[in-house]
Design a protein around this ligand. Structure first.
Ligand code: TYM
Length: 332
């Protein structure tokens, strides 16, 4: 059975983008993989996180993942900072990855923005930590949204260079799993930007804890162009907002763009948006309710994470210990 690893940052409430691009696929993959899912709090602090809020966000995200259908008993769910092997292997990878490789990372450019000099060093080496997350478990398949594709390619480059430099085929190749018609859900106010839990505007996204009214209102106000929906998907070219809403609909209705347009082509957006909002509400509200129920006992959620961290550490420890031996460190 192949081992899966994936992670999500506790930097806010997860969005419909996280759900359709990643979490929903994580749930499905549990049927025939050994899955390790991680709340990546070390990654979160590459950008400022209020220390009074971070632990709560970690707990809430874990509850939300369980509510979505992650099974923390059959599989593993834990928080990254509880397994020190991630940071340890990341340091080795800081010394394997080349500056030229990191300089090509588009996410760093997006997140650092114009004030590059003031970005944290952690944000710059973020992809090395991500490679360590995956490779500390010798995981071979990584389900992610489309925005993480470049980071997975870099993780493969790191694994290959490590194997080459130390002369052993120690780290496996990693296959990104980028699945479904909503692998890149866009911002509701600007179809050229991705939907993000850390965007300043709450109107730009659907949060997994939004009320039914908030969802209906955000979809009604979502930016669109004046033309009706096209009958064929070629008609979505150059219409990023229209394509985004069709993609979300397709994912939730378990079809694709062609399937959605076959039914809704020719309709105006107001009618389509009503139906779309209903689909989103039907998917999101049960998750929000179950998350709330789980959070009524925060100690339970924390216990689940700690127990997961114990099992994750037991897998990562011998692998990272062998990596250290290969590097030539004297045994601890
Ligand atoms: P993060 O927290 O930004 O997002 C978690 C997952 O959600 C996907 N995603 C999206 N998919 C579709 N449309 C969107 N608008 C959208 N926004 C986010 C992301 O692609 C991701 O799969 N670096 C990662 C976390 C990470 C990780 C790892 C992932 C850390 N270590 C190791 C895989 C393996 C991140 O910031 O995800």
């Amino acid at each position: 059975m192949q081992r899966i690893f994936s992670g999500i940052q506790p930097s806010g409430i997860p969005t419909l983008g996280n759900y359709l691009g990643a979490i929903r696929n994580w749930v499905a993959l549990q049927a025939d993989h050994e899955c390790i899912y991680c709340v990546v709090d070390l990654h979160a602090i590459t950008q400022w996180q209020d220390p009074k809020l971070l632990a709560g966000q970690t707990r809430e995200l874990a509850a939300s993942l369980i509510a979505c259908g992650i099974d923390p008993w059959q599989h593993i769910l834990f928080h990254q900072s509880a397994v020190p092997e991630h940071a340890e292997l990341a340091w080795i990878f800081n010394c394997v990855a080349r500056l030229g490789w990191l300089n090509r990372m588009t996410q760093f450019k997006d997140k650092a923005g114009k004030d590059r000099e003031n970005a944290s060093a952690g944000l710059y080496v973020y992809p090395n930590l991500m490679a360590a997350d995956i490779l500390a478990y010798h995981a071979t398949r990584v389900p992610v949204g489309d925005d993480q594709r470049q980071h997975i390619e870099l993780a493969n480059d790191i694994a290959q260079k490590f194997n080459h430099d130390y002369g052993v085929p120690f780290f496996p190749a990693i296959e990104p799993l980028i699945m479904g018609p909503a692998a890149r859900v866009m911002n509701l106010r600007d179809g050229t930007k991705k939907m993000s839990k850390s965007d300043a505007s709450d109107q730009s996204r659907i949060n997994l804890n939004d009320s039914a009214d908030a969802i209906a209102q955000k979809i009604r106000r979502a930016r669109t162009d004046p033309a009706p929906l096209p009958a064929e998907n070629a008609g979505l070219e150059g219409r990023p907002e229209a394509r985004n809403l069709v993609g979300i609909y397709a994912a939730l209705a378990n079809t694709d763009e062609v399937g959605v347009l076959a039914v809704h082509g020719g309709k105006g957006f107001s009618a389509f948006k009503e139906e779309l909002a209903e689909l989103i509400i039907a998917a999101v509200r049960p998750i929000a309710d179950e998350t709330g129920r789980l959070l009524a006992d925060p100690g339970h959620v924390e216990g689940v994470l700690r127990e997961g961290a114990g099992r994750a550490g037991a897998i990562a420890r011998p692998i990272v210990s062998e990596a250290k031996r290969l590097v030539g460190f004297l045994a601890a």
